[in-house]
Design a binder for this molecule. Structure first.
Ligand SMILES: [Zn+2]
Length: 411
């Protein structure tokens, strides 16, 4: 355990830094120089870390820089949804090597869908031409809620057939690699973190809007999962105790008042042409967003109101978790993010409780359309390569203990 945590911490700091020297690693992790050189040697033997040339000299011997070898390992991410299945192949650095999208689970038998997914992944690994032994595993994400072990209870109405289907086991048998399941918002947050640009010591949330609204929360590089991996359900924050019923069983939820389905219903009621009421909610929401972006005042008004609700949800989560950063992601924000961002940012700037101490920054993900699938792959990379239960930076007394234990096992 001690070894795992120092290895995980070192790997995570190298990943976040891009390139870093051994001396800088001792400063960033609080581990001793002896532990750093032992663990780095092992990471190099495993092919995960390579030397990347020497830093500019500032007097004395220039330092050798270390970096991840992005092609050392790969992970497959799958976002399984009613309307579509998105696949990505990501490398160790979190970069997407291949991506494609196929028709969704629809009303098909779950066993047929699993066979289809296995065949897709097999064909893709062959096409890209990577060594199969470098594929660490498969991450699969879906709209929550989920159960912690193998079952994913896809209770959103479209996928009721999947409730109690042993998805993890079935995929593991069919694909032949370890399978991890998670909800889409949590995975999207891990994907943002793994792909870089986020401080390893930050408190941030990824706000995910697909057909529903959720959030994944990372504090010091570690996911906050709650008791059953269902934390971050910001779509079900109540903003009107007498509001409309929500599918979750509560009333007046943000999602029921301002989620994509609510936006579409309001647009239909106001007579906007969304290309046919039988189209999927995601397609009709996209039509509202496009209308607003091209200057339709009714569409713009409906989305501006939705954005104010999202702002309140973001403020609520920021107040509870003392967040520094909110990243808007998922297919709905990929298209409409620029319409939501100013309202969310304004709400946080004006009303975030600890605004006198620090601001909460709001950004749009660069991976928004396929964030959940990228996150599914990152889930595998993180759990295989950097499993941990605490933050990256170890307190000095723990770090000392770790290195003593490690040195003892080496002696
Ligand atoms: Zn609800």
């Amino acid at each position: 355990m001690a070894h795992t945590s120092s290895r995980a911490a070192i790997l995570d700091v190298i990943r976040a830094a891009g390139t870093i020297s051994r001396v800088e690693l001792t400063r960033a992790t609080g581990l001793t120089g002896a532990t750093i050189s032992t663990v780095v040697r092992r990471l190099m033997n495993d092919g995960l870390v390579v030397e990347a040339g020497r830093a500019e000299s500032t007097g004395g011997k220039p330092r050798m820089l270390l970096q991840l070898d992005p092609s050392a390992r790969f992970a497959v991410g799958v976002h399984l949804d009613h309307a579509g299945i998105t696949y990505v192949l990501a490398n160790l650095g979190g970069a997407v090597v291949a991506r494609w999208r196929k028709p969704g689970a629809g009303a098909d038998d779950p066993r047929e869908v699993v066979a289809r997914i296995a065949a897709e992944i097999d064909g893709m690994i062959t096409r890209v031409g990577i060594d199969r032994t470098r594929v660490l595993g498969l991450g699969v994400v879906s709209p929550g809620p989920i159960t912690a072990s193998v079952g994913m209870v896809l209770t959103p109405p479209n996928m009721r057939r999947w409730a109690d289907f042993p998805l993890g086991d079935a995929l593991e048998d069919a694909v032949g690699v370890p399978v991890l399941l998670d909800n889409d918002a949590t995975a999207a947050a891990i994907g943002e973190y793994w792909a870089g640009g986020i401080e390893t010591t930050s408190a941030f949330a990824a706000f995910y809007m697909g057909t529903g609204i959720g959030a994944g929360i990372l504090v010091n590089g570690t996911v906050y999962r709650g008791a059953s991996s269902n934390a971050g359900e910001v779509g079900h924050i109540c903003v009107d105790i007498d509001g409309p019923e929500c599918w979750c069983g509560s009333r007046g939820c943000v999602e029921a008042l301002a989620g994509p389905a609510a936006v579409v219903a309001q647009a239909q009621a106001r007579g906007l042409d969304l290309g046919g009421a039988d189209r999927p909610v995601s397609a009709q929401f996209a039509a509202v967003a496009r209308a607003a972006l091209s200057g339709d005042p009714v569409a713009a008004e409906i989305l501006a109101r939705s954005a104010r609700y999202l702002g309140v949800a973001a403020q609520t989560l920021a107040n509870v978790m003392d967040l520094e950063l909110v990243v808007l992601t998922g297919p709905a924000f990929a298209l409409a993010g620029s319409l939501y961002l100013p309202a969310v940012q304004e709400q946080l700037s004006r009303s975030f409780f600890a605004r006198a101490s620090h601001p909460v920054r709001v950004t749009i993900s660069t991976n928004a359309p396929e964030a959940a699938a990228v996150g599914a792959a990152a889930l595998v990379l993180q759990s295989e390569l950097a499993p941990r239960h605490s933050g990256v930076r170890l307190p000095p007394e723990v770090a000392g203990e770790v290195s003593a234990q490690e040195l003892a096992t080496l002696a």
